[in-house]
Design a protein around this ligand. Structure first.
Ligand code: ATP
Length: 155
């Protein structure tokens, strides 16, 4: 299934803008970035990353979609509590939550990012985080771009 990530991300951001009183900054390079994959699953990753940014920060959220060579890059940046370096690789583990006492009042199971990582893997993509405690976090999803015009000629 060929999915236009630019449309999918725009639609998802609009849904969030309609539902939350929060400043969303959305920048995209282009209106067409095709990736090969499952629409519903890709939508789920985008949801999980934006929902976490909303949950673990109070200020604006920056969402960016860009293309670098044959890679599509989707990034969600927040100015929230951040994640200590030692915990950054563990947030993708199932049921892992940073600071259990503090995260109790934000709720959640600790499954979101594990699901997101699994979906990224299934799409030959990578999901990563850059974060500084007290400054915020950026989660990035990188996916291979699907060529729009398929070469039908076989020799
Ligand atoms: P659920 O998936 O049910 O929403 P969750 O948010 O706890 O629960 P994950 O999405 O897997 O689960 O996140 C795991 C942990 O990573 C969170 O509990 C939180 O401590 C940390 N985390 C995730 N996103 C952010 C973020 N944007 N800023 C700071 N910490 C984060």
């Amino acid at each position: 299934q060929q999915v236009n990530l630019a449309t999918l991300v725009s639609d998802t951001v609009s849904t969030f803008q309609g539902a939350y009183e929060r400043e969303f900054q959305f920048k995209k390079d282009t209106d067409t970035i095709f990736v090969n994959g499952n629409y519903g699953q890709l939508e789920q990753i985008i949801y999980i990353l934006i929902e976490n940014a909303l949950k673990y920060s109070k200020d604006k959220i920056e969402i960016q979609l860009s293309q670098r060579k044959n890679l599509a890059i989707f990034a969600v940046k927040d100015y929230g509590q951040g994640i200590p370096e030692a915990e950054q690789s563990r947030v993708f583990d199932r049921f892992y939550r940073v600071d259990k006492a503090r995260s109790r009042d934000t709720g959640g199971t600790g499954l979101g990012l594990a699901i997101a990582k699994t979906i990224a893997d299934q799409h030959q993509g990578t999901l990563s985080v850059k974060s500084m405690p007290g400054e915020g976090s950026t989660f990035s999803l990188v996916l291979p771009v699907d060529k729009v015009v398929k070469d039908e000629i076989t020799d």
